[in-house]
Design a protein around this ligand. Structure first.
Ligand SMILES: Cc1cc2nc3c(=O)[nH]c(=O)nc-3n(C[C@H](O)[C@H](O)[C@H](O)COP(=O)(O)OP(=O)(O)OC[C@H]3O[C@@H](n4cnc5c(N)ncnc54)[C@H](O)[C@@H]3O)c2cc1C
Length: 425
């Protein structure tokens, strides 16, 4: 068996060591939005970062529309999630700006507002109820008539009976920002295009030629961890090779709970919630079809149209738990039916892509982020809001990897073991 050593911190941006570990080496399992944004934070802090993924950017993040929508994503009875979404939204301009500066080009972060439309009178009442909640939560919004909405977006259909303007709900193009971070990682870190089959623990057999590594040194410094062999000191790859590092962060989305070697009793309660989504090109003669994200309810069913700078539109998204891995005919039908009620011109667009991916859902829709064993952090379960929440999740993940405390209330809210505790009571 071959073992690759990941070396210590390399030159780069000034390290920002916390009271815990000095920057060392870290392996990140999964190159979706969570793995990549966390990799970015750790690179910036001076860590030697390796990301492993057989197909980077191919999971839920590949499908995502990229709405950064703390207000229009509010649903009833999710107080924990509201706070996380608002904090994450505040971090986005900084994250997007730093990554854009790092690659020398924009990454598709747009601060244009969102218009939430009602497809019929019942939808208008439902939106009005929600508007009351959003206002109580301190969110900025303005209810407008359908005539005013049509002045803003002349392509709105005659069926739209009212709308709400939300200035702080923005968007990013997930594929552009992920590609940018991956490019930086190829230069300043390491990208291993292989599946991780499991985690390596201290004390496990390795090549006798191996020199003691700094993970062992950490074990010796923390004899309690070393003696029972619990410390995670690297990963095993699908081809049988192993990689060693001081820290491992698991950000493999839905697959995170299936990794061999997770701590005993750690059950990550993830379930797939499939979403169908379309990408279409607006014909030159109709551009711009819409100038901001247009979303809404049509007969009680949510739908959105997110315009990109390149003249394409993202139309999404269904939410189904039927286990059908590819795009569903019924789902695509529903999206086109409802999108054309809000913006009839979508029927004149060219279909570029029909995609389905599974969101990593959790029982309370809040992610699972925590240090679950010495040397091991998990960051997954971002469900419907992983693009928005990644700006915050990346910081929390990087802090945990670095051995820094995170704010206790947040730590409890995202604790990966919180469901096990509830069941044990
Ligand atoms: C249709 C749709 C629309 C969405 N729209 C939005 C939106 O507008 N705004 C928003 O905030 N969120 C949105 N989401 C939710 C968001 O996409 C997810 O919450 C987010 O992408 C989860 O990111 P992730 O990095 O945890 O997982 P993923 O993106 O699934 O990444 C996991 C990665 O891990 C890799 N991996 C898996 N197993 C292994 C292994 N053993 N070894 C190595 N690598 C492995 C996979 O190849 C994959 O690349 C949407 C989701 C869907 C499906």
């Amino acid at each position: 068996m071959v073992e690759q050593r990941i070396s210590g911190p390399r030159s780069g941006p000034a390290p920002q060591p916390g009271p815990g570990h000095r920057p060392g080496s870290v392996i990140i399992v999964g190159a979706g939005i969570i793995g990549l944004t966390t990799a970015w934070e750790l690179l910036e802090a001076g860590w030697d970062v390796t990301v492993c993924d057989p197909e980077p950017m191919s999971g839920a993040s590949f499908a995502a529309a990229g709405m950064l929508a703390p207000a229009s994503e509010v649903v009833w009875d999710q107080p924990t999630l509201y706070g996380l979404m608002v904090s994450a939204a505040q971090l986005w301009p900084l994250l997007a700006g730093r990554v854009a500066a790092g690659v020398g080009r924009p990454v598709g972060h747009l601060t244009t507002e969102t218009l939430v439309c009602a497809g019929d009178a019942a939808d208008r009442r439902a939106l009005a109820d929600l508007t009351g909640l959003q206002r109580r939560l301190g969110m900025d919004l303005e209810e407008i008539s359908s005539a005013t909405a049509r002045q803003l977006e002349p392509a709105l259909g005659p069926g739209v009976v009212g709308a709400v303007r939300i200035p702080d709900d923005h968007q990013v193009d997930p594929r552009r920002i992920m590609a940018a971070i991956l490019e930086v990682l190829e230069q300043r870190g390491t990208v291993v295009r292989q599946q991780v089959s499991g985690l390596r623990r201290s004390g496990e057999a390795r090549d006798s030629a191996d020199a003691p590594d700094s993970a062992d040194a950490r074990d010796n410094a923390d004899a309690g961890e070393a003696r029972d062999g619990r410390r995670v000191v690297g990963v095993r790859l699908a081809d049988g090779t192993t990689l060693a590092a001081d820290e491992v962060l698991v950000a493999a989305g839905l697959a995170s709970g299936g990794l061999d070697g997770l701590p005993e009793g750690l059950d990550l309660p993830l379930r797939p919630v499939w979403g169908d989504i379309l990408r279409v090109r607006v014909p030159e003669r109709l551009r711009p079809l819409v100038t901001r994200t247009v979303r809404g309810l049509v007969h009680g069913v949510p739908v959105y149209l997110v315009p990109r700078e390149d003249g394409t539109l993202v139309i999404g998204a269904t939410s189904r738990e039927d286990g059908l891995a590819g795009p569903s005919v019924g789902g695509v039908h529903q999206l086109l039916r409802d999108a054309q009620r809000l913006v009839p011109g979508v029927l004149e667009c060219e279909v570029l892509e029909v995609t389905a991916r599974a969101r990593p859902g959790t029982p309370d829709d809040v992610p699972l982020i925590g240090r679950v064993a010495p040397g091991l952090t998990v960051s997954t379960g971002y469900f419907r809001h992983g693009i928005l929440l990644s700006a915050l999740g990346a910081r929390l993940g990087a802090d945990l990897v670095a051995g820094r405390e995170i704010e206790p209330e947040t730590a409890a809210a995202v604790d990966p073991r919180r469901f096990a505790r509830v069941m044990a009571r």
